[in-house]
Design a protein around this ligand. Structure first.
Ligand SMILES: Cc1ncc(COP(=O)(O)O)c(C=O)c1O
Ligand SMILES: C[C@@H](O)[C@H](N)C(=O)O
Length: 363
């Protein structure tokens, strides 16, 4: 039994954005070669951008402060003409969690298509959402399709290379561009056993988060053609994202690429173990088979004697942090700073919280 008083550590499962820089990252940051990345090229940023262009198979790359800015810049470059419309998932990060920036800042109109449980959007529904140019007097003009791989809100689901290629073919057929919100594209590549460059081959642009599963402290990189990145660089400056000695941050990202891609599979395995363990606890339900990468959601069953808010509070008192989506649906995200023993400790805390609730309620 772990009482709240005994808590000596924190197991932070809220997101894979919570990782702290490793010692090797801090050493690289301290020794990073830097220069003003606005007036010229920061040499370490140049190395990171060159590496990311190579890994993704694109012509060029650009370091940006966040994934949100990476997506915003990408959409705005593809939809630079007023009256543009982007087709995206109704459960996508761009649509749900980015303050509607593509509209409020970029004047781009969103046209959502339902995300399926597997993270995809039905291709025939995407095609049906493309505006008929004959209606140009009354319709916005479709210019872009956005995918998200892995699809976070659907539970870190991987979009296959076959599906992505088919959406790419559809985009080309209609003269549209394809952007992938690849915040966790490395997770998808590892889970599918497909190289990143092949997984994003059909995309005109990709936004890749360095600050999630890869564990860098800050930043994302957008990749695409040289002309796309030239426009993106200018828009980054417009948005205030032009930064000076960013080699300090890019040095940590280079370490993340070298050291942490190989840890993603372990994150996925720990997510599966945690999902299986939670599913054995009376009052909790997890679709274990649906867990493909480092994200899992669990439901608190109707009959459970504890609600999400009390469960989260109870867990927090034991040092376990999770992300409630509602009173009955909670998200857990694994990352390289969660150990196998942390997973077992987490399960014991859940067991105590749920059994304690049943005792309090006399059953
Ligand atoms: C799928 C996805 N895309 C984009 C982002 C945005 O990244 P950032 O938090 O760096 O803005 C996130 C989360 O942070 C995400 O989960
Ligand atoms: C919440 C969301 O914005 C963030 N990308 C996460 O997955 O934690």
């Amino acid at each position: 039994m772990v009482s709240a008083k005994m808590v000596t550590k924190t197991v932070d499962l809220r997101s894979d954005t919570v990782t702290k820089p490793t010692e090797s990252m801090r050493a690289a940051m301290a020794n990073a070669e830097v220069d003003d990345d606005v007036l010229t090229y920061d040499p370490t940023a140049f190395r990171l951008e060159s590496e990311m262009a190579k890994v993704t198979g694109k012509e060029a790359a650009l370091y940006v402060p966040s994934g949100t800015m990476g997506n915003l810049i990408s959409v705005l470059v593809h939809c630079e003409i007023r009256g543009s419309e982007v087709i995206l998932g109704d459960n996508s990060h761009i649509h749900i969690y980015e303050n509607g920036g593509i509209s409020t800042i970029g004047g781009v109109h969103p046209r959502t298509v339902k995300n399926n449980k597997d993270g995809t959007m039905d291709i025939d529904l995407i095609e049906a959402a493309i505006r008929n140019p004959k209606g140009e007097l009354v319709y916005p003009t479709t210019r872009l399709i956005c995918l998200e791989n892995t699809q976070a809100n659907c539970g870190g689901k991987c979009l296959s290379v076959e599906y992505t290629d088919r959406v790419g073919e559809l985009a080309k057929k209609h003269g549209l561009k394809l952007h992938i919100d690849g915040a966790r594209i490395f997770n998808a590549a590892v889970a599918l056993g497909v190289p990143v460059h092949r997984l994003v081959q059909a995309a005109d642009s990709v936004s890749v988060c360095l600050s999630k599963g890869l564990g860098a402290p800050v930043g994302s990189v957008i990749v695409g053609s040289k002309s796309f990145i030239d426009k993106a660089r200018r828009l980054r400056k417009t948005l205030g994202g032009g930064m000076r000695q960013i080699g300090i941050l890019c040095a940590a990202a280079l370490v993340a690429l070298q050291e942490n891609v190989g840890k993603l599979e372990s994150d996925h395995k720990k997510a599966k173990i945690l999902a299986e363990g939670l599913n054995q606890i009376k009052g909790l339900r997890v679709d274990v088979d649906s867990v493909e990468t480092n994200i899992l959601y669990f439901e608190i069953e109707e009959g459970a004697k504890i609600k999400g808010d009390n469960l989260c509070k109870n867990l927090e008192e034991r040092g376990v942090l999770v992300m409630p989506e509602s009173l009955s649906r909670i998200r857990i995200v694994l990352h390289h700073q969660i150990s196998a023993s942390d997973v077992q400790y987490t399960l014991s805390c859940f067991q105590q919280a749920l059994s304690g609730a049943h005792e309090e309620n006399g059953n």
